[in-house]
Design a protein around this ligand. Sequence first.
Ligand SMILES: *Cc1c(COP(=O)(O)O)cnc(C)c1O
Length: 434
Amino acid sequence: MHRKISDRLFERACRVIPGGVNSPVRSGRSVGVRPFFVKEAKGCRIRDEDGNVYIDYVCSWGPLIAGHAPVQVVEAVMKAAAGGTSYGIPSRLEVELAEQVAALVPSMEMIRMVNSGTEAVMSAVRLARGFTGRNKVIKFNGCYHGHSDCLLVASGSGLATFGIPGSPGVPEELVQHTMSLRYNDLDVVEEAMEHMGGDVAAIVLEPVAGNMGVVPPRQGYLEGLRRICDRYGALLIFDEVITGFRVALGGAQERYGVKPDLTCLGKIIGGGLPVGAYGGRRDVMQRVAPEGDIYQAGTLSGNPIAMAAGLAMLDIVRRDGVYEELEEKASHLAAGLGRAAEEAGVPMTLNRVGSMGCGFFSRHPVTDFETAAQSDTRAYAVFFREMMERGVYLAPSQFEAFFVSLAHEKEDLDATVEAAGEAFRATAAVLEAP
Ligand SMILES: *Cc1c(COP(=O)(O)O)cnc(C)c1O
């Protein structure tokens, strides 16, 4: 497989775009590759500029639950675009999408559209702070909520850390109210709330973590957080930017039966276009301007093309049997990968919830960021490269999810498992070498 055209494009990109990419993990640095450049994509396959074809398990990091360029979404986008690309004036599509979301995710009584997941969570946190009149926010190690300042908090080795910015350029003053705790551990939350519960505006989390690999919530964890929030008058915010319309039609809150006060959506809701949304309890959402006093705005929010794409995507996932099909496909793939790893003697811990999953190169159960971090990232990098050479594109990081879409057919999954068998053997050989 050669990638001469991609390599030339990457050289050009690096001169005008930092690191050659518009989002860091795409660069492939953590697995030791240069990125390829996409020419086109359809279904579960991507063709790069050099004509190489890959079965794609990144799926644009989650939005493409129906694969690349599904006919319904493409047609909806073209039709909408012909009627104008942006109005800055309300249009029918915004109402329809908001109504659909409210019907599918009942805790979202009112909804505000934004342009990204980052914006959705940032706005939800502002709203929670404004509504409660409190400043502190609890998040969890390994959960990603976009790159807004107050949520970009790195945290130490499982210890509660206060106010350590995750990046230069984030002033300590801006994150001093953000506390990051161990995921899946109710005791640390209880303890933190005993100290400062009266100052906590919100507990925000990914109800299934998807940015440290995939880590499902322990039984009773989400219910426990709900109880704690109720006891202390803090809002519970589910960041369902990945899990919304992914792990069930109604998201993780439907799958686990726990109702948050506010929900953040992104990815699938935009059908592959830049959309985010936040919403929840009517009494809380009524505080958003202009109905209320908490400011949040957006020039392109509710963009007609993006709304049309979102509506078309929801039409697809609302069909009967979609989530059963995804479950079946993903469990078929996961079982095959598990077998292939075992046969090659490569230790692997496979976490999966519906059509999102992660194979950690680890002998141990992975239940939080601290255990995820014990994975052998060198082994993952080898495996990733071996898979890429065999025409399978996985996330270029151990700590990202794989996504199975409706466009992955049984033959694609079987071809993937076969490639994985060879790739695991190659990985084992490299790891055994002195
Ligand atoms: C992707 C993601 C975000 C950020 O969304 P963007 O559209 O990239 O800004 C926020 N939260 C979670 C859980 C995500 O996976």
